[in-house]
Design a protein around this ligand. Structure first.
Ligand code: AHZ
Length: 313
């Protein structure tokens, strides 16, 4: 018995496991009413480790040279990613998200309320990704999605389904890669990002130095939200490295002016760095809009257009 077990262990080391019992079932319903004989296909723990790590390290290798890096997977970053991947399936797009859970502030409509409000014409973006919404004759200027989580989960699933997108979550952009650029007013262009596990980034003050990793890309799109624990990261870094004199700082809330300003202002602010969503309010001194999300998705649409314009020139 011992020899048999040892042989079996040895055989499984190279992934040759006994045949799968799972073929007994053709559908999930086939399992129902027959749980006594239920059995999973066998596995060796190392197979699980290898399935995860091989794929992740291959992705790290593939995306070390990306075409476009999107920093921040909130409503603006995800909308940008969707538009880019849909238009250009040939581009390698990496999304770097500091949080374990992508989506930023778009899991709720505002405060702790579920419904998400989007002012028209942002409903056209919902049409394009097939998210149902309510539009009433009494309120013709905006639509509502029954739960912000429906918006975010649908957008996220569309984005993650594109083969040319990789989301690196729990990963923080700690710095920008820059190159001298005499033709640029700031003297630099942005040429990539410096990354680290978010938990490492959070512990730089109480652990010895843990050096970061890098991704090279000709275009970075920063959508890290307004100033906060992580927010407005790229534009604050531009100031601290002397590439921008100062930030104007986000102003108080005015829904009408804020949303137009964010969409129209979405642009390349330093060569190689496009800024969209609420991070832009810190650059331009735009108002905030509070819980209306139309500007975030349409800023994403414009950021994608800007990125392709820069990429193609
Ligand atoms: O975790 C952040 C969030 O998911 C992520 N992020 C921030 N800094 C990062 C860094 N590296 C990687 N250094 C980083 N990721 O960026 C995401 C930003 O999402 P968000 O929802 O905060 O920003 P947004 O601009 O997409 O949407 C803003 C939504 C708001 S705020 C607002 C108001 O305050 O008035 N109104 C709206 C609609």
């Amino acid at each position: 018995v011992v020899v048999d077990l040892a042989k079996k262990e040895l055989a499984t080391k190279n992934g040759t496991l006994p045949t799968v019992d799972g073929t007994t079932y053709k559908t999930v319903e086939d399992m129902q009413g027959n749980w006594e004989n239920f059995k999973f296909a066998p596995i060796r723990e190392s197979q699980v480790s290898r399935a995860m790590t091989r794929a992740y390290f291959k992705d790290l290798d593939t995306y070390a040279e990306s075409d476009i890096v999107i920093v921040g997977a909130g409503s603006c970053g995800l909308s940008t990613a969707y538009m880019l991947a849909k238009t250009r399936p040939d581009l390698k797009i990496a999304i770097i998200e500091a949080s374990v859970s992508p989506g930023g502030g778009a899991w709720l409509g505002g405060q702790l309320f579920s419904t998400m409000v989007l002012r028209k014409p942002a409903h056209l973006f919902l049409d394009s990704i097939n998210i149902p919404y309510t539009s009433t004759p009494e309120n013709p200027n905006y639509v509502t999605v029954k739960h912000a989580a429906l918006f975010t989960s649908t957008l996220l699933s569309r984005v993650l389904s594109f083969p040319n997108i990789k989301l690196f979550n729990a990963t923080c952009v700690e710095d920008l890669i820059t190159r001298p650029s005499p033709s640029s007013p700031s003297g630099i262009r942005v040429a990539g990002v410096v990354t680290n596990w978010t938990l490492v980034t959070m512990h730089h003050d109480d652990q010895s130095c843990m050096d970061p990793n890098t991704i090279n890309a000709p275009i970075i799109i920063s959508t890290t939200g307004h100033d906060g624990p992580f927010g407005a990261f790229s534009v604050k870094r531009l100031v601290s490295m002397g590439a921008t004199e100062k930030l104007a700082g986000m102003r108080g809330l005015d829904m009408n002016s804020a949303e137009d300003a964010i969409v129209k202002g979405t642009r390349e602010i330093v060569p190689g760095l496009i800024v969209g969503g609420m991070e832009l309010a810190e650059v331009d001194g735009a108002n905030r809009m509070g819980p209306t999300f139309g500007a975030m998705v349409l800023s994403g649409v414009k950021a994608a257009e800007e990125a392709l314009r820069v990429f193609e020139t």
